[in-house]
Ligand binder design. Structure first.
Ligand code: CAA
Length: 380
């Protein structure tokens, strides 16, 4: 088994590390406090090719593999998970969904702009009454022949007000259940499409999360992705890859907190020595390091499965389940190692702890990952 990263992968990892240090770190606390979206930083990431990493260069992407993508996600998330979620949603949910299931016209019209970072996208599945239970879509897309009329509300949408292109999941034929659901491309500015209030969140406060309202929005039929009734499968297949991106985000949050805790433990003195010399602290670091390494193996394996054409529903769900748990546990311990300093903002670890929580919730809660995992292992 070869665990060596290629020269190219190492270069991309270093580029993301440098970018995170020079561009994300300087104002990350201020952005968190002010709930300010990292607009300039996202623009620069588009220029670096981070927003369409796996997209074919024919459509403006970087044409890289999923391993490179998770390396970038990990590095960015060590510093700023509010910025990395934009990278994750744009790459995994929006670009991948369009490139894999969109037609040529849709790819030329939308994917090229998304992959270069000229615009960013949003993935709109969750609703006030359809979160984990994603087949219970209340948003309707009524078939009017050459167009759909879209009505409903979407909740907790990442990039809600900053996106230009929205992939919206809606019910066309209730009788058909999940087979009557469609995925439509909706553009900002379409009549009847309103951006709702911004959410005031515990973590990833720099990310832009809104509800969206659709009031008789006329969406041309050519904006439907795939065949009639493909929308739910589109969402599930797209989310399966998205979960690898979020797993990498969780891994990065954990690794970021661990690095800070280790550095602090080697500097901070108590009882006449650096606290790293106390076994109570050294053992915490040992546990953190081991868990992070285990999470990393799961994340890389899921990415490897995707790159090698293997099924990644199971490996992606396991990676997300475990890495998000490690992110939560590691960040709590990082705060503990920092003591009183961990509880104040200047030391970053309290923010990482708040940011970690969302990785157990979005793109399928931990409980949903266990449904996916248990169904998969019991099928055999
Ligand atoms: N690939 C392909 N098809 C799939 C699939 C997959 N990974 N998972 C399910 N399907 C198909 C099934 O085969 C089935 O089709 P058939 O009837 O033709 O066999 C159909 O989809 C329905 O599947 P289920 O019967 O398994 O449906 P269910 O109601 O039991 O729900 C679920 C399954 C896994 C729980 C699903 O509802 C789910 O994943 N829920 C969580 C939703 C979620 O992750 N939301 C996140 C919101 S997006 C977000 O957070 C983005 C952001 O902004 C950061």
């Amino acid at each position: 088994m070869d665990f060596t990263l290629s020269e190219e992968q190492l270069m991309i990892q270093q580029a993301a590390r440098d970018f995170a240090q020079s561009e994300l770190l300087p104002e990350v606390i201020e952005r968190d406090n002010a709930q300010r979206f990292p607009k300039e930083q996202i623009k620069k990431m588009g220029e670096l090719g981070f927003l369409g990493m796996m997209v074919d260069p024919e459509y403006g992407g970087s044409g890289l593999d999923t391993i490179s993508y998770v390396l970038v996600m990990e590095e960015l998330s060590k510093i700023d998970a509010s910025a990395s979620v934009v990278v994750s949603v744009n790459n995994s949910l929006v670009c991948w969904g369009l490139e894999t299931f969109g037609n040529e016209v849709q790819k030329k019209k939308y994917l090229t702009r998304l992959a270069t970072g000229e615009v960013i996208g949003a993935f709109c599945l969750s609703e006030p009454e359809a979160g984990s239970d994603a087949t219970s879509q209340r948003t309707t897309a009524v078939d009017m022949g050459d167009h759909y009329i879209l009505n409903g509300t979407k909740n907790w949408i990442t990039n809600g007000s900053t996106a230009e292109i929205y992939l919206v999941i809606a019910q066309t034929d209730k009788e058909k259940g999940h087979k009557g659901i469609n995925a439509l491309i909706v553009e900002k500015g379409m009549e009847g499409f309103e951006i709702g209030p911004k959410e005031d969140k515990l973590g990833i406060r720099g990310s832009d999360t809104h509800s969206l309202n659709f009031n008789d929005v006329k969406v041309p039929k050519e904006n439907r992705i795939g065949e009639d009734g493909f929308g739910f499968k589109f969402a599930m297949k797209t989310l399966a890859g998205g979960r690898i991106g979020i797993a990498a985000q969780a891994l990065g949050i954990a690794a970021g907190a661990y690095e800070l805790a280790k550095k602090y433990a080697k500097e901070r003195k108590a009882f006449g020595t650096e606290i790293a010399n106390h076994q109570a602290i050294a053992f915490k670091l040992a546990d953190m390091h081991t868990q992070i390494e285990a999470a990393r193996h799961l994340v890389y394996k899921a990415a490897w499965d995707k790159d090698n054409g293997s099924n990644y529903d199971l490996s992606g769900a396991m990676a997300k389940l475990y890495a998000s748990q490690v992110a939560m546990e590691t960040t709590i311990e990082a705060v503990q190692i920092h003591g009183g300093n961990g509880y104040v903002k200047d030391y970053h670890v309290e923010r990482l702890m708040r940011d970690a929580k969302i990785t157990q919730i979005y793109e399928g809660t931990s409980e949903i990952q266990k449904i996916v995992i248990s169904r998969s292992i019991l099928r055999d």
